[in-house]
Design a protein around this ligand. Structure first.
Ligand code: NDP
Length: 329
């Protein structure tokens, strides 16, 4: 099911205090959008003074996380997934009352039972499919970021109505709200990150390597690949016109080349790689690995940053960005 403006009624939010826990990327964008949508009682709970000051300047009352959670009827959990379980248990849960709503922006912590809400709560998800800056920017343009909503616990009997009302308040029903589940959100999110992006990265790196072998300068390859932003533009048009719809932007030589070679490509190997990633996500083995990594102080993540940074392609990329002043725009 896809929901639009007429499917949501914000009056269910009347008389409710909404606490934004974590005034970061999503927190600030969603709070400002709801404020502009006419939601009256929004407060912010944040750890640091800097973000609290920003919240105050934006017109919200600011509190420590525990106090904001205690004051609110609806709690938006908009802190990083890695820290959310600890903060939830220590600072949020003690202040919750029966009938309160906890609104997640990702499925991760519920899917893997890292957060286990008591049964007397509504637990819902409104997960924008967009980074925070764009959640705000699109809203200001009169549009909205699409979201996936889900209901995990429906203590009040109104959990879905609340999720829809919140989606409307942040602008998502303007473009469409898809109904899913916490598990579904976790799967598509992690699979994009762990199956699609690694293949995409390796495809770019492989092309770079064979073109270097053919004597083509690194900066020429990288400009063609993504530094010119031509690729970003193609993806943008794909988002509005679809894959076939964007083909006429290219020459006929290009159209023939793209489709004939895509058809001939055997994607079975790719699929079996992706199925392995899906299995790690479904069994929770990735989540366990990532928890262990956090507890160990991120040794692998630090090594990966260093190793990726040391490759010729990435060094050439940084050089080209600097030479052409691309980052200054
Ligand atoms: P951010 O990294 O922007 O969130 C930072 C916020 O969390 C800040 O308010 C920060 O406080 C607070 N925070 C960070 N660490 C701690 C801590 N140890 N204790 C208390 N507060 C802390 O997160 P996002 O907005 O990116 O993500 C929030 C949620 O939204 C996540 O569930 C994420 O999965 C989801 N989401 C994110 C999207 C994205 O594109 N980024 C898209 C859709 C969903 P301070 O200001 O004091 O540093």
């Amino acid at each position: 099911t896809i929901f639009y403006e007429d499917d949501a009624d914000m009056s269910i939010l009347n008389e409710k205090t909404i606490a934004i826990i974590g005034y970061g990327n999503q927190g600030r964008a969603q709070a400002l959008n709801m404020q502009d949508s006419g939601v009256e009682d929004i407060i912010v709970g944040n750890r640091s003074d800097d973000s609290r000051k920003q919240a105050r300047e934006d017109g919200f009352e600011d509190y420590d996380i525990a106090e904001a959670a205690e004051r609110a009827d609806i709690i938006f959990l908009l802190i990083p997934d890695e820290v959310a379980p600890g903060i939830y248990q220590e600072e949020i849960e003690p202040g919750l009352e029966a009938g309160n709503t906890v609104n997640f922006a990702s499925g991760y912590n519920i899917t893997y039972d890292f957060i286990e809400p008591t049964a007397d709560l509504d637990t819902i998800m409104v997960a924008p499919r967009m980074i925070g800056d764009l959640v705000r920017e699109l809203y200001e343009e009169g549009d909205g970021a699409p979201s996936m909503i889900a209901v995990n616990q429906d203590y009040s009997g109104n959990a879905q109505e609340t999720a829809l009302a919140l989606s409307k308040a942040i602008g998502s029903t303007r473009s469409g709200v898809i109904e899913g589940t916490f598990e579904m959100e976790t799967k598509i999110d992690l699979l994009t990150e762990q199956a699609l992006i690694p293949l995409f990265f390796n495809a770019i790196a492989a092309k770079y390597e064979i073109e270097r072998e053919a004597g083509i300068p690194g900066e020429v390859i990288l400009l063609e690949q993504y530094l010119s932003q031509e690729m970003a533009h193609i993806f943008e048009v794909m988002g509005t016109d679809g894959f076939i719809g964007q083909l006429p932007l290219h020459s006929q030589t290009s159209q023939y080349g793209q489709m004939s070679r895509a058809e001939a490509y055997n994607r079975e190997e790719m699929k079996s790689y992706m199925r392995e990633r899906l299995r790690e996500i479904e069994t929770g083995s990735f989540a366990r690995e990532w928890t262990n990594e956090q507890q160990a102080g991120y040794p692998m993540l630090n090594r990966l940053y260093k190793e990726f940074g040391d490759t010729e392609m990435i060094q050439k990329e940084q050089e080209t960005i600097e030479k052409l002043g691309l980052g200054d725009e």
